[in-house]
Design a protein around this ligand. Structure first.
Ligand SMILES: Cc1ncc(COP(=O)(O)O)c(C=O)c1O
Length: 451
């Protein structure tokens, strides 16, 4: 396998000190290196590859659109794929979520969604509503407003001076909470903490509550209690605050339903999508909003003050249309829901392994949290680099996972996420569990210090 040496390449790599294996092909749940070595893509990259690698129909749709009309500026024109993509997202989304603003990354969608919330209130005659409540831990992206919204302190290290303040509310993170997610729930786990924060801040000064409906990597797929979102929705309604659901990671079927909020019967005022909506074939994201918000802008300034060269992109939207069609024609969201019980039942076996504190999640999204002491839930010290060592060991074992760190107290804490493509077979799930175990034993051996 060629590994790319940061000193011998012109690529400005994500990590400047490690070597990167070169992947030349993907098929289904598998990635192949330039020496033919196969890796099971247990995390779909960064929770992106929902339909699997190497889907020819999607590649062909992208090629056809690029040939016919690759791009026109969204400032001047619309196009068939943009119209079709928006109509399909609107058809699938709950309630009055019917207007779709296509962008490329999740961070861009968060920026645009928050600008929409703020601009809406100014144009609706309530300019005092400028605060945004966001959860901690949480992750919403890496551009400066999205990073400000994220409670991931180590990403902010060099940029604090450029960031704006968000009002923080503790996330529902049962494994790390004093109530352990067992009734009677504490205010953070019941959702009451959100209304308490609204009241404390003065609801008339709050524009929106922003949250991931099911935790992404910052809480390792923590799933809130069933009443959590109904309670938050009711609090937002009582105080006239917009609810912005960040479904960049959880949307497009990842948790077994189109959106993660759907099972709670809760409709947000604004939803962001990204990652899986084009399955990794192109970078595509979207802000989804009701007409009642856009109408206020239409009657006022006439436009959302957000403009990007590559918004409303014909070829990217054609990839989105083809991915959504593939999901529908192969009933892949239904398949995600159907295979999820077997996925979680087999992952439960990991609880018995040394270093595992918790296994949780929903649909084909799982977080496995590592601890030095399962009884006290004490994390490994950050200096041990448990998650990084585990991820490297998993790769050696032929398994791709998504690591995350710092969730225990902002610095310490290690977990690995799994999010395989929706086409994953039960045999492949067994292989994920087996390789996970091999990597974990190797990591514990290397690091030691498990109580
Ligand atoms: C919940 C959530 N929101 C937003 C983002 C940002 O998306 P992107 O990395 O595409 O900018 C992410 C990325 O991981 C995410 O998980």
């Amino acid at each position: 396998m060629t590994t790319h040496d940061p000193l011998a390449s012109h690529v400005f790599y994500r990590k400047l000190t490690r070597h990167y294996p070169r992947i030349v092909r993907g098929e289904g749940c598998w990635l192949y290196g330039d020496d033919g070595r196969a890796y099971l893509d247990g995390s779909g990259g960064a929770f992106v590859v929902n339909v699997g690698h190497g889907v020819r129909e999607i590649a062909a749709a992208i090629g056809r659109q690029a040939e016919r009309l690759a791009y026109v500026s969204g400032a001047a024109f619309t196009s068939d794929p943009v119209e079709e993509f928006a109509a399909e997202i609107a058809r699938r989304s709950a309630g009055d979520l019917e207007l779709v603003y296509p962008l490329s990354s999740g961070s861009e969608a968060i920026e645009a969604a928050l600008k929409l919330a703020r601009q809406y209130w100014v144009e609706a005659g309530q300019p005092a509503r400028r605060k945004i409540l966001a959860l901690s831990p949480s992750y919403h992206g890496n551009t400066l407003l999205a990073l400000s919204a994220s409670a991931r302190e180590h990403y902010k290290t060099y940029f604090q001076d450029w960031l704006v303040e968000f009002v923080r509310v503790p996330a529902s993170y049962a494994y790390r909470c004093a109530c352990r997610g067992v009734p009677p729930l504490c205010p953070s786990c019941s959702g009451e903490a959100v209304e308490a924060a609204l009241l404390r801040e003065g609801p008339d000064t709050v524009a929106a509550v922003l949250a991931e409906p099911v935790g992404g990597s910052s809480t390792g797929a923590s799933v809130p209690a069933p009443e959590y979102w109904r309670r938050v929705r009711a609090a937002c309604d009582r105080h006239g605050v917009l609810l912005v659901a960040d479904e960049v990671l959880t949307g497009a079927g990842r948790t077994g339903t189109w959106s993660a909020l759907e099972p709670y019967g809760v409709v947000p005022d604004i939803m962001t999508l990204g990652k899986g909506i084009a399955g990794g074939y192109v970078p595509l994201s979207a802000v989804v909003a009701p007409r009642r918000l856009a109408d206020v802008l239409a009657r006022g300034s006439g436009a959302l003050l957000h403009a990007q060269t590559f918004s409303h992109h014909a070829t990217l939207c054609a990839a989105g249309v083809a991915t959504l069609r593939y999901l529908r024609e192969h009933a892949l969201i239904e398949r995600c829901a159907a295979v999820a019980p077997a996925f979680h039942a087999r992952l439960a076996a990991l609880r018995e392994l040394p270093g595992v504190g918790d296994v949780r999640g929903r649909g084909l999204l799982a977080g496995i949290e590592f601890v030095a002491d399962a009884a006290t839930r004490a994390p490994f010290p950050r200096a041990a680099h448990f998650a990084e060592t585990f991820t490297a060991a998993a790769l050696e074992a032929g398994l791709v996972v998504w690591p995350n760190v710092g969730q225990a107290d902002g610095v310490n804490g290690d977990l690995a996420m799994l999010a395989p493509p929706f086409i994953v077979t039960e045999d492949e799930i067994d292989l994920i569990v087996q390789r996970f175990g091999v990597a974990l034993r190797a990591t514990v051996e290397r690091i030691g210090a498990v109580a």
